[in-house]
Design a protein around this ligand. Structure first.
Ligand code: PMP
Length: 395
């Protein structure tokens, strides 16, 4: 049975990680992998997470199944975190949330759900978008179309082109938006642009599908959720996929949520029953541990405060690195877009040949697209990376 299978090429990020590990240079810098790093280059377990895990170890009384929707407490608290307590959609019982295996689980189950709603559904994704969006959504059988998002000359949002493309969408088409911290570009919609996209979606009868994987790492928990909150208030239906991988640092615990916002409570119940049946036939139920940690943090004021504090420090560190790096790059050209962008990622806007020189000659690793993880920089490495880039651009 297996004899006809060809070996697939390695995933580019995994290949990059392997080359980095095997590089013996002591001053090598990894700007490739998309995990938060502290000043020492570590991806720490957050203090609130450690405390919550300790308490769970002492108090957890069973490992019995938790059911396809996951933990009710987690679902309730994560909905409040995303929408803000007292959001009208919550008050009107329009929100149904299920716990999922990470943001990827949420995205894939949203795609399976959309296929049940509309077997020939088209999803519009930004160009560029996170590389895994296309296999996650396309793999469920949805048709993918792209809308231009990034002006590659200025590395900022090409809003006119985006809006012009979305004018071509048909009623019932789905529009995938990044809630904040656009991956890979770091270029986010402004509040006014969110309003304009909401108007367009409303006028054309489209369905917004918002992926929010970095809430709290752009500007703050509330600011980063602006677009989701606006659409959930103004539009009858919204789908939200969220992840606790980055903002709780729970990557390998596979913790995320999928929120269906329906026109009313009765439609929400019907939609959720369909979603739960799709979950049952895929992975049956999500893993419990990460969501139990998040639930305990969000349900315990002292832990919530500790978590806010640490997340805020991570967010500030990224913002400070952005301004220090764009300043250090000033002699090499105008990199002020890096300071204006938000979240972990930005493109440097250099070509694959230049990316290769940085890797081979300077031990600086990034994706071929020139996407860098800003959190992979530190006060120590920042000027070395800036000098290397200046040299490569000057050749
Ligand atoms: N969406 C985006 C845009 C992401 O960058 C990521 C993680 N890299 C995810 C979703 C999913 O994250 P996870 O499945 O690890 O929670």
């Amino acid at each position: 049975m297996f004899e006809h299978l060809n070996t697939l090429p390695q995933d580019p990020i995994l290949g990059l990680m392997k080359s980095f590990r095997e590089d013996s240079r002591t001053d090598k810098v990894d700007l490739g992998v998309g995990v938060y790093r502290d000043e020492a280059g570590h991806t720490p377990i957050m203090a609130a997470v450690q405390s919550a895990q300790q308490r769970l170890l002492e108090t957890e009384a069973t490992k019995a199944y938790i059911g396809p929707a996951g933990a009710e407490g987690f679902n309730h608290l994560i909905s409040q975190l995303i929408l803000g307590a007292g959001h009208p959609a919550l008050n009107d019982q329009r929100v149904n949330t299920v716990q999922t295996p990470g943001g990827c689980g949420a995205l894939r189950m949203a795609a399976e759900f959309l296929r049940l709603c509309k077997p020939d559904a088209t999803v519009w994704v930004s160009t560029p978008t996170w590389a895994n969006h296309i296999p996650l959504l396309g793999g469920a059988g949805l048709t993918i179309r792209e809308y231009p998002y990034l002006d590659t000359a200025t590395l900022s949002v090409d809003f006119d082109a985006m809006m012009a493309a979305l004018e071509l969408a048909d009623a019932g088409d789905v529009v995938l938006l990044h809630g904040c911290c656009h991956n890979p570009s770091g270029a986010d919609l402004s509040p006014d642009q969110w309003t304009a996209v909401t108007d367009l979606i409303e006028r054309k009868g489209l369905l917004p599908f918002i992926d929010i994987a970095y809430q709290g790492l752009g500007e703050g928990l509330d600011q980063d959720a602006h677009g989701v909150r606006l659409m959930a208030e103004r539009l009858p239906e919204v789908i939200v996929a969220s992840s606790c991988s980055k903002n709780f640092g729970l990557y390998r615990e596979r913790t995320g949520a999928l929120m269906l916002i329906a026109a009313n409570a009765q439609q929400g119940r019907a939609a959720t029953s369909q979603l739960l049946s799709a979950i049952r036939s895929h992975y049956s139920m999500p893993p419990a541990h990460g969501a139990a940690v998040v639930e305990l943090i969000l349900d315990t004021p002292a832990l919530t405060q500790a978590w806010h504090h640490e997340l805020d420090a991570m967010c500030r560190r990224i913002i400070e690195l952005r301004s220090a790096f764009s300043e250090a790059l000033a002699p090499a050209g105008d990199f002020s877009f890096i300071e204006r962008q938000r979240g972990m990622f930005s493109f440097l806007g250099i070509n694959p040949q230049q990316v290769k020189i940085l890797r081979d000659e300077f031990g600086i690793y990034m994706l071929d697209s020139s996407r860098i993880n800003i959190a992979g920089l530190s006060a120590n490495t920042l000027s070395r990376v800036a000098h290397a880039l200046q040299e490569v651009l000057g050749r």
